[in-house]
Write a protein that binds this ligand. Structure first.
Ligand SMILES: [Zn+2]
Length: 222
């Protein structure tokens, strides 16, 4: 009888846990960071960056550094002349891309960093997209271009934070936050549908008109 009377409670706990996990997976694309690379208004200094070599244990693939590089280039192309990236050593770089183990269903995370008194950011990308939930895992395991699209768009989103952009509620934006709802698979699938080869990622930015307007406003030269 004990088992019987406990059953509804157990079911409720399991349901609550399931909802929690589902929420975490859907909502937690990133923690809201306050990272922002300081604009040097008085100079034309480049924003220095570093992209780490990954480790297979994180789900990293050798081409992923290139995906991160393409994300830097997409922001630079869109921002206009006020934003220029320049490669640097890890210890000197204002923006540092690291590859992280799966965690909490998050795609990526950006943390503020001070580099010789300047504001920078460490961008953590979780390249193991199969850890992001069964639906994404199933689709990505049979489609490498979808998997690469997700890693690329995650780099783009987190770099947006590093550059000072906040989340938006507009599903079209790269800075859209999954916590506001919307179909995550559709979000990535929309980008995936625009590319036919991996190299296409270098040319298809994934930024919305509003993303471009915001980054231009932020890095426009006075
Ligand atoms: Zn975010």
């Amino acid at each position: 009888m004990i088992a019987k009377s406990n059953a509804p409670r157990t079911a409720a706990v399991v349901t609550a846990l399931g909802l929690l996990i589902l929420f975490a997976l859907r909502a937690a694309r990133t923690r809201a960071p306050q990272a922002r690379v300081a604009r040097t208004l008085e100079s034309d200094d480049a924003v220095t960056y570093f992209i780490a070599e990954g480790n297979r244990s994180t789900g990293y693939r050798p081409g992923d550094r290139e995906l991160a590089l393409w994300a830097f280039q997409a922001w630079q192309r869109s921002a206009g002349k006020g934003l220029r990236f320049e490669r640097a050593s890890e210890s000197a770089a204002l923006i540092r891309v690291q590859w992280a183990e799966p965690g909490g269903g998050e795609y990526g995370e950006t943390q503020p960093l001070l580099v010789h008194g300047k504001h920078g950011a460490v961008v953590f990308i979780r390249p193991d997209v199969e850890a992001l939930g069964p639906d994404i895992a199933r689709r990505a395991s049979s489609d490498n271009l979808l998997r690469d699209s997700i890693v690329y768009l995650t780099c783009l989103h987190e770099l947006g934070h590093a550059l000072g952009l906040a989340h938006t509620r507009d599903f079209r934006d790269i800075m859209f936050f999954f916590g506001y709802g919307g179909d995550v698979a559709e979000y990535f699938g929309r980008y995936r549908a625009q590319i036919h080869t991996r190299e296409d990622i270098a040319a298809v930015s994934g930024l919305s008109d509003a993303d471009v307007t915001r980054i231009r406003a932020m890095y426009a030269r006075e």
